[in-house]
Each structure stands twice: as C-alpha cells, then as structure tokens.
Design a protein around this ligand. Structure first.
Ligand SMILES: [Fe+2]
Length: 241
C-alpha cells in the first residue's frame, strides 16, 4: 500500500496537477494535511480535486481562517489579504466542506495533523530538532505527518537515539522507531527550491521519500497577479521562499 502525502497546496492548481500526475499509477491513494486554499488563485478547483482524490484530509489554519474559525488578525498582511479574497470566492457548499474538516485524522499507523499534534489549533511551527522531538508525547501512533512550515524535515526516536534531518530525504522505517515527518508544501515551498514538494509513504517497502516536481510556475504566477492578490505571493513561487 502506497500513499501520496500532500500538504499546503494553497490553491496552486498547476502544482497540484503536476504532483498528482507525478504519482499517478504509483499510489493507492492520497492524504492531505491541510491548507488546501489561501495564497493561490484556484481555491475551488483545488478543493474539488482533493475532495475527489484524498482518502483523508485535515484542516489547516487557512481553512480555519476562511471559514471564520480563526480570526484573520492572526495572519500576516499577505495571508490576510489572500484569506479575505479566498473567502469571497467560496460558495456555501465549498465553505461548508472546508468547515467540516477535522484537525486530526488517522490513516493506518499514522496521525495526520496540519501544524503540531500538540494543541493542533494553536498552529505552532515545528522547525528545530527540539520542537519536533517535544511533540512526540502528543501522538501515540508510530508515525505522524505534518505540514505548516512548508519545509520538508523528519524526526525519529528509538532505542538507538534521536535522528533529525531536513531538506530532501528518503528514509527506511525501522521497527521500534517512531517518526514525525513534515512533507513540505505542494503549492508554496519555502526551502529555496521552487519545485512542488510532497512525500510518498510506502507502507509495504516501509519507506518515506520526499519528491520534488517541476510545474508551470509562470502560469500560477500569472493567475495570482490577474486575481489582484498581493504580488509577493506570485514572486515567492519563483524562488521557493
Ligand atoms: Fe500553509
């Protein structure tokens, strides 16, 4: 059984289509860790593609923002402008769908959560070694997949000691060890690599592998500018920041 694990799509339809094409025929399903919308110009097509393809989805802070569960004052000015624009695009059904997403979900031996398994609705960023290792007491499954920082990374705890890595990785899942894995961002990578980022979780081969996929950044940028969204949201896609 193999899953594509996707997070932080952020209404970037070009990136989402490229990722789904990249793993087509290779995976049995996709799971989504939230932030389907916000920043990009295609919220509705992205919601519809993910609702159709994903076997499990959880809410991110952008779903909470556009459905009124999180005050927009929580966001920086660019995210706030994008959330307000996105909220205007959504009809009742799409808003209700995003509002129905839970903060956590279980798929096989994995917990899915957008930000942190510890207080998922406080939207903490797990970036450093310490921040990741501290979160292990907040989930009881063997694996926990997260997004939110838009940077791929993993943390592992077991009898032979802690292991932590960031950037692209391809790890073998060892028995007796537990793992916290950030799968990076499909639609707005922030690790200075502009390619779309996601993970393949191969339960049979017991591996998790980060994949990077080239997509039509120019078209995604053009749509963001045409929609009147902040120009910075278009420009950052070019250099992955
Ligand atoms: Fe995000």
């Amino acid at each position: 059984m193999r899953y594509a694990v996707l997070s932080d799509i952020h209404a970037n339809l070009e990136a989402l289509r490229a990722v789904l094409a990249d793993c087509r025929g290779e995976v049995d399903g996709a799971v989504c860790l939230g932030d389907l919308v916000g920043y990009g110009a295609d919220p509705i097509p992205c919601i519809e593609l993910l609702a159709e393809r994903a076997v499990a989805l959880v809410a991110g802070n952008h779903e909470y923002g556009v459905t009124g569960k999180l005050a927009l004052g929580w966001f920086n000015s660019y995210a706030r402008a994008a959330a307000a624009w996105t909220a205007e695009q959504l009809d009742v059904d799409h808003r209700a769908y995003l509002g129905s997403l839970a903060l956590t979900a279980l798929v096989a031996e994995a917990t899915l959560v957008h930000a942190s398994p510890s207080r998922p609705d406080e939207w903490e960023y797990l970036i450093t070694a310490e921040e990741g290792f501290d979160a292990f007491s907040a989930f009881d499954t063997r694996l926990c997949f997260i997004g939110h920082s838009h940077r791929p990374a993993y943390w592992s705890l077991g009898a032979t000691g802690p292991v932590w890595g960031s950037g692209a990785f391809d790890i073998a899942l060892e028995s007796g060890r537990r793992y916290l894995v950030n799968v990076g961002s499909v639609g707005q990578p922030r690790d200075r690599d502009p390619r779309a980022c996601y993970a393949i979780w191969d339960r049979t081969a017991r591996r998790i592998t980060i994949r990077r996929v080239t997509y039509d950044v120019a078209e995604a940028r053009r749509k963001i500018i045409a929609a009147g969204l902040p120009r910075l949201l278009a420009d950052r896609l070019e250099n992955g920041t």
